[in-house]
Ligand binder design. Structure first.
Ligand code: ZN
Length: 596
């Protein structure tokens, strides 16, 4: 670490509760002492991601990820440990003096320059009557403009560029943030956005990562957006998510709209569980992000041809992520923005509550004309099939099956056979894939004895970690070097150091001293559900210590044996061999006696 003083790191860490922090990203449910949720680091449908409020660490039993608050943020925001510490410090207003030694922090610089641009655009909005008129014609209140940091950029080629120069911001950084563009063939740069309303895009963590910019009239392109930058990857963010994620009603879920203005208007009317897809079609990443917080989503797109196609693509992606999807149909208005301003909040909420199921959407809106004859019906059914069959929930799938049969007048048996066989096929594909992944990870085939040893060693670690006194006893009886596995060795060394410290184990601090496989194993062992009674603990402890020792000695015997076979007749080696043999014989006899 080095760059940030250790006591500062501790202060920052202690100002966060890991459950609260992770809850900003993952929906957690309390189960016993711990909290459980769907892992944000791999795709899963049943939760194997566990967070311990007592130990202030987390572990995923699916993909193995684990650590403390810093590791979580670093992995989640795709930044390094140092940057994660800084990010969390900033969240709590803790100042870190990093001095000259601190390396340039690219992400931080990009966030900062985006923030600088937001200030500039906000100021320009205050100076422009035209832009203000445009926004008030869209019925946006000053509070809303503030909440979404909406700005304006005048019709100039170098307004931001010059303003940044006056503030000693390098063109290099502006270009990296996608705010300016290098001139073709000539020297110099020019502003990317000109004469447009600016919608800053905020990450789930509340940082400005990019911009959307809209014209004030009907010129094309209506919208232009920031390019991808190190802090902005397209298809990963959802517009409005930083506000929406805090308050998702369980019965309604999240409302997905197409445009910035749709989303902003929804929030202004108090429908704050709304997000927008940022002009691209919904991605798998976005769907998985939603799935971590809710089971339900409602799509509320325009219902022109493009909107219907976007809805269908969205449905497929969302269903695949395991979400229950419905579609709102606005009559008489083209989009949520218009509908809300015309009909008001209550009418809009009614629309959301009475949203159509994906099957009804298909039959009523997408292709009602296909219901006229059998040929059309079969064609439509084959289009719906892959999506309906991907619905993981058995009850829901059956409901859809029945609706399709009834509304299309097709034999239910036929519909069921088709959907279920397709479902099986989809399911088997996943099973095969899982098997392949398992095969790959277990490429190094372990024999039964190795596995038994591994289990014993892990049990001993679990015992040591759960009780400082036990750890001290283990420390008195075995050496870390008795173990072969590097991760086990590292953890044991760590336990031995920490069990002598005042105040017992600080698991979060211990996690910080480990990396890679060792940290994964550490969090796994800590959140494993093995419970011992007081007596069974002691017995298990003794058995395990002896087993580990014997194991080590047996290995040593084999090594010596191999040496001797090679012709090494060293006397000391021979003595060692004899004494180990004697010890092992005694140990075995002792064990048998003990059992009697
Ligand atoms: Zn995982």
């Amino acid at each position: 670490m080095g760059l940030i003083p250790q006591d500062k790191i501790l202060l920052i860490k202690e100002s966060f509760d890991i459950v609260d922090l992770i809850s900003e990203y993952v929906r957690l449910k309390k189960t016993g002492q711990n909290f459980k949720g769907l892992c944000p680091f791999h795709t899963e449908k049943t939760p194997s991601f566990v967070v311990s409020p007592v130990k202030q660490i987390y572990h995923c039993f699916g993909c193995g990820e684990g650590g403390n608050v810093f590791h979580f943020i670093s992995k989640m925001e795709n930044i390094n440990f140092f940057e994660a510490v800084k990010l969390l410090a900033e969240k709590k207003g803790i100042v870190i003096e990093t001095g000259d030694a601190a390396k340039k922090d690219e992400y931080e610089e990009l966030f900062k320059v985006n923030e600088f641009a937001v200030k500039y655009y906000r100021q320009k909005l205050k100076e422009s009557k035209t832009a203000q008129d445009y926004l008030s014609k869209r019925n946006l209140t000053p509070e809303t403009l503030e909440k979404f940091s909406i700005g304006f950029v005048p019709d100039e080629w170098d307004g931001l560029l010059n303003y940044a120069k006056r503030n000693n911001i390098s063109t290099e950084l502006l270009e990296k943030a996608g705010l300016i563009i290098k001139r073709d063939k000539k020297d110099g740069h020019y502003d990317r956005f000109r004469n447009r309303i600016i919608f800053p895009i905020v990450s789930s963590f509340g940082r400005f990562v990019a911009f959307g910019a809209r014209v004030l009239d009907n010129t094309l392109p209506k919208y232009i957006n920031s390019p991808e930058t190190p802090v902005y990857i397209k298809g990963k963010n959802l517009y409005g998510w930083n506000h929406a994620k805090i308050n998702i009603p369980e019965d309604l879920g999240v409302v997905i709209v197409e445009g910035y203005l749709d989303c902003i208007t929804c929030h202004q009317y108090g429908i704050i569980n709304t997000v927008a897809t940022l002009g691209t079609s919904l991605t798998k990443d976005q769907a998985l992000l939603l799935k971590r917080y809710t089971d339900k989503v409602v799509i509320a797109y325009d219902l022109d041809a493009a909107g219907i196609n976007a809805s269908l693509r969205g449905i497929a992606v969302l269903v695949e992520a395991g979400l229950d999807v419905k579609v709102v149909v606005f009559t008489g208005s083209k989009d949520p923005d218009e509908y809300l301003n015309k009909e008001g909040k209550e009418a809009f909420l009614e629309k959301i509550k009475s949203a159509k199921s994906i099957v009804d959407f298909w039959l009523d809106i997408v292709k009602p004309e296909n219901l006229a004859d059998l040929k059309g019906k079969l064609k439509l059914f084959s289009q719906m099939l892959p999506v309906v069959a991907a619905v993981a929930d058995d009850v829901k799938r059956e409901e859809y099956r029945k609706t399709i049969a009834a509304r299309m007048g097709l034999p239910e048996r036929l519909i069921r056979e088709q959907i279920e066989s397709h479902y099986e096929k989809l399911y088997n594909i996943t099973v095969d894939k899982k098997k392949e992944i398992n095969k790959a990870t277990n490429a190094k085939v372990k024999n039964a004895k190795d596995l038994r040893t591994e289990r014993m060693e892990k049990q001993l670690l679990i015992l040591s970690l759960s009780d400082v006194e036990a750890a001290k006893r283990v420390k008195a009886s075995v050496f870390a070097s008795d173990f072969d596995d590097e991760a086990v060795k590292k953890i044991l060394e760590l336990i031995f150091v920490h069990c002598e410290k005042e105040g017992g184990f600080d698991y979060s601090a211990m996690a910080e001293e480990l990396e890679g496989e060792a940290r994964k194993l550490f969090t796994e062992l800590n959140l494993d559900k093995v419970e011992y009674s007081e007596e069974s603990r002691l017995k298990a402890e003794n058995d395990l210590i002896r087993a580990v020792k014997n194991n080590r000695l047996e290995k040593r015997l084999k090594e010596i044996d191999a040496e001797i076979k090679k012709g090494n007749v060293d006397k000391e080696l021979n003595n060692e061999y004899m004494s180990i043999q004697r010890y092992l014989k005694g140990a075995k006899a002792g064990k048998q006696q003990g059992e009697k």
